[in-house]
Design a protein around this ligand. Sequence first.
Ligand SMILES: *Cc1c(COP(=O)(O)O)cnc(C)c1O
Length: 351
Amino acid sequence: MSYKFQVTKTQESSLSKVDFNNIPFGKTFSDHMFVADYIHGEWTNLSIVPVAKIQVHPGNMAWHYGQAIFEGMKATRDAAGHALLFRPELHAKRMNASARRMCMPELPEDLFLQAIHTLVDMEKAWIPPAAGSALYIRPFMIAMDETIGVKASETYKFIIFVMPVGPYYTNPVKLLAQDTYVRAVVGGVGEAKTAGNYAASLLPATMARKEGYDQVMWLDGVHKKYIQEVGTMNIFFVINDEVVTPNLDGAILDGITRNSMIALFKDKGYKVTERPITIDEVMDAGKNGSLIEVFGTGTAAVVAPVSHLKYKDQVLELDMNKRNLSKWAYETINGIRNRTIEDKFGWIVEA
Ligand SMILES: *Cc1c(COP(=O)(O)O)cnc(C)c1O
């Protein structure tokens, strides 16, 4: 199906004010955004308008009860200047999975995709040309009812805005395994990209930074020993010749980068295992020399190599000279994304 969007263009583009060689992260918005309203059980007012503030009533239910979900994806460009999307249909599906868990309405996948394509095509000039740079795309949905009382809202807003982001320098990160606070439990909302998960992570993340660590490594909520993920990334361990990542159990975010890495590693002939892995197993592997690499994966950083891992009073330091797989993975994903490496899985879609 093809939807009709009402398009209102900005009077004055702010593109000329942006220095693509020096983009402050997360603060530079493009000219236009996509907006849709969910009213009387259907998506309506499909429009592309200049980025502007929206009026929100103080009784807005998203503010009080947290019905808020989002996605994060990137558009890149190839040498010929085509705007490229990476597996956008998986983002459409995951947004709807988050919506179902948070009792929010789904968005037809074809509407989600048409909105992304139309907006990215319109804002194509905002895709920074430098390798590793991208146009970050943020689709999100929030409750809009003005009612106090815990229940599902009946009205919602779905918005997509885009922002240029510079190359995300993947300095090795230091992780602190958190054994007091937890991010998510099986049966909870860990698998949903919902706002509250990130609010819950802020205090432990602040504590980790005070200790000199960049991010928290989350352990499961019941035994506090099974590794889940880190910050906004999934996690991989290379132990001897096995690549291990925690299996999706409902508490772990089903990362699209994670999914892509698994396919790439298997294709390269690695033994990839999705299974429960304990922090003790990792610390032991670190001590006996069988732990070769640890890295996080996610849309923002793509791959973030881990240099230090602290658990209770033990600290593992990883040999950054051994980081072959994570380096290869980073270069491969970025190469597929700007079409300098063959897209043999068919992940790339022109916007
Ligand atoms: C978004 C996210 C990820 C990574 O998912 P990608 O689809 O690879 O970007 C991992 N963990 C959490 C908690 C996230 O929010």
